[in-house]
Design a binder for this molecule. Structure first.
Ligand SMILES: [Zn+2]
Length: 269
């Protein structure tokens, strides 16, 4: 056990891993320090490439932004949320944000590192979300990007990969290669987030929504709807299932906490 700790500590020193605070705590008080082994710039460049692959591929099949009214609605909500991201990190409002609607039956949405957002038509059609509920989904996804959860997960994967390669040198095993772009796709779209990341995204998400003038309690009804859609959910949302009741009760506490922000923002609409 001690040896393992020493190995991790020396790897961390070798790889210049840093402990960072990606966001300020906000009213919801998310303040967990994060260990990073890779720069934001590297992750964001890979995310950009991954985004071009995903959206470019869908566009070739005519599956991007087909319904102008739907696109206008999603972008209007995204824009209002993005305008409030400065409450958590001052650099975020100036990111190269982009929002697209992808025609696909999955109940899905994501925001890649650096601010590339996609909402799937399956989510809109199957959940029939109100604007408050759609703001809850997008606020949650934007929060993952603000917290740089993708960068943190890449860092964790690299730490594990490096341990394997260090042990590999010792045991003569071959070292696997790491395609960062592919990894960003996997982490953003195909692998479930940890419960810890989900909780942080939920809490920051309700505050973003409230600050943007959307009823933060929309998150509660949204996740209730999400719990009822049954099979075919992508991992991003599936990851919530074992703790559905815990999530709803956490959302009740935090949406109540940010309600005054909503009351203050509402008259400005
Ligand atoms: Zn999430």
């Amino acid at each position: 056990m001690m040896k393992r700790w020493l190995l991790l500590a020396s790897l961390c020193a070798l790889a210049a891993c840093q402990t960072v605070q990606t966001t300020t705590p906000g009213l919801v008080g998310v303040n967990r320090p994060q260990s990073m082994m890779i720069s934001s710039a590297e992750v964001n460049a890979s995310a950009e490439a991954a985004y071009q692959q995903q959206v470019g591929g869908a566009a070739k099949k005519g599956q991007v932004n087909r319904d102008p009214a739907q696109v206008e609605r999603v972008r209007r909500i995204a824009q209002r949320l993005i305008s409030q991201t400065g409450a958590f990190r001052p650099d975020a409002p100036a990111w190269k944000w982009e929002t697209n609607v992808i025609s696909a039956k999955e109940v899905n949405a994501w925001c890649m590192p650096g601010g590339k957002i996609a909402v799937y038509t399956g989510l809109i059609e199957r959940l029939q979300p109100t604007d408050d509920e759609l703001a809850a989904v997008m606020g949650h996804e934007i929060a993952h990007a603000l917290r740089e959860h993708g960068r943190e997960r890449v860092s964790q994967a690299q730490a594990q990969g490096m341990i394997i390669s260090v042990l590999g040198v010792a045991t003569g095993a071959t070292q696997g290669t790491l395609d960062l772009t592919q990894m960003v796709v996997e982490l953003t779209m195909n692998l479930p987030n940890s419960r810890e990341h989900e909780t942080e995204a939920d809490r920051i998400g309700v505050e973003l929504a409230a600050r943007a003038g959307y009823d933060p309690r929309g998150a509660i009804t949204l996740w209730e709807k999400m719990g009822k859609v049954g099979g075919g959910q992508p991992p991003e949302f599936l990851s919530t299932h074992p703790n559905h009741a815990t999530r709803i009760s956490d959302l009740r506490v935090y949406s109540a906490k940010v309600l005054p922000l909503y009351e203050a923002a509402r008259p400005r609409r």
